[in-house]
Design a protein around this ligand. Structure first.
Ligand code: NAD
Length: 272
């Protein structure tokens, strides 16, 4: 169902890799709601080619950018304004990667140049994206910037490894930069803390299947899907949430406020 919530709004969407990506679902929903956007991803992700289908489907152009490169980001911001014919109303940062996770390195035995790479890609890139937009004065007043995060920033999930630290950093950047963006440009900045979701990045985490079914059993509403996340993001890009900023917003079926659920207790009660 479409409500035309984003009619006339223009934006940039980072991180659509394949149809499972949260950014992919978000691009589809933003398009349905009347928003126009440029799609971007790391040059290496372009080679997989699937993003072209999304671009065609949503009438979008693609500008490759490595989100760790200030030069690529400046170019992206400049070209996006040319393509979209003016300043930007919304930005989705949907980027995450840990080399330690990928290579199965334990949290207690990290290879620190991998740690640094992961931090740069998963967290510092958010600062770089916002800095490029801020310095180019590229955002319209009452615009909205959203990044995606996970609750391992607040609670311990051992297999999430150094991504937990990256997400804590990401959420802090949202608050710190959000202050300046709000004060100077009337732009809001928030993070959405999403349930475990079966995507390429999600499934890279060791024990993901256990992770996702545990969260499903703990959450009174069940896990939020990628589509649920897309819908929530649409509301944050819309004019209906103009003064929501500096927040970490849970889209997790209630998981973050649970202690235990009947379904989880049942697994521990001795059967007679
Ligand atoms: N899947 C989950 O369980 C889950 C839960 C909570 C939060 N998140 C977050 O949601 C976001 C999107 O991930 P997803 O689950 O849709 O997986 P995904 O693998 O589909 O998306 C991750 C994206 O990051 C991009 N990327 C990696 N390095 C990059 C770089 N240097 N420059 C630009 N882009 C780069 C990848 O190409 C990919 O498109 C991430 O921030 C992730 O941490 C995911």
């Amino acid at each position: 169902m479409s409500y035309n919530l984003l009619k006339g709004k223009k934006g940039i969407i980072f991180g659509a890799l394949d149809p499972n990506s949260i950014a992919w679902k978000t691009a589809e929903r933003v398009h349905e709601e009347g928003g126009e956007f440029v799609l971007t991803n790391a040059p290496i992700a372009m080679r997989m080619g699937q993003i072209n289908d999304l671009a065609e489907k949503t009438g979008s152009q693609i500008i490759p950018a490595d989100a760790t490169s200030e030069e690529d980001l400046q170019n992206l911001v400049e070209k996006s304004m040319e393509i979209l014919g003016g300043k930007i109303d919304f930005v989705l940062h949907s980027i995450g990667m840990s080399v330690n996770v990928r290579k199965g390195r334990a949290y207690t035995d990290q290879k620190y140049d991998w740690t640094q790479k992961g931090t740069d890609v998963s967290a510092m890139s958010f600062h770089k994206v916002m800095s490029s937009l801020y310095k180019a004065d590229a955002m319209n007043e009452w615009g909205s910037i959203v990044a995606l995060t996970y609750m391992a920033a607040q609670r311990v999930f051992p297999d999430y490894n150094d991504m937990a630290d990256n997400k804590a950093y990401l959420e802090s950047i949202a608050r710190s930069f959000g202050y300046f963006f709000g004060r100077d440009k009337k732009v809001r900045v928030n993070t959405i803390s999403q349930s475990p979701t079966p995507t390429t990045a999600g499934q890279g985490v060791k024990g993901f299947d256990g992770f996702i079914s545990y969260a499903e059993k703990m959450s009174p509403l069940g896990n939020a899907t990628a589509l649920d996340c897309a819908n929530y993001t649409v509301t944050l890009f819309s004019d209906l949430t103009k003064r929501v900023t500096l927040q970490n917003l849970y889209n997790d079926g209630g998981f973050s406020n649970m202690g235990v659920s009947d379904a989880v207790m049942d697994a521990f009660v001795e059967k007679e």
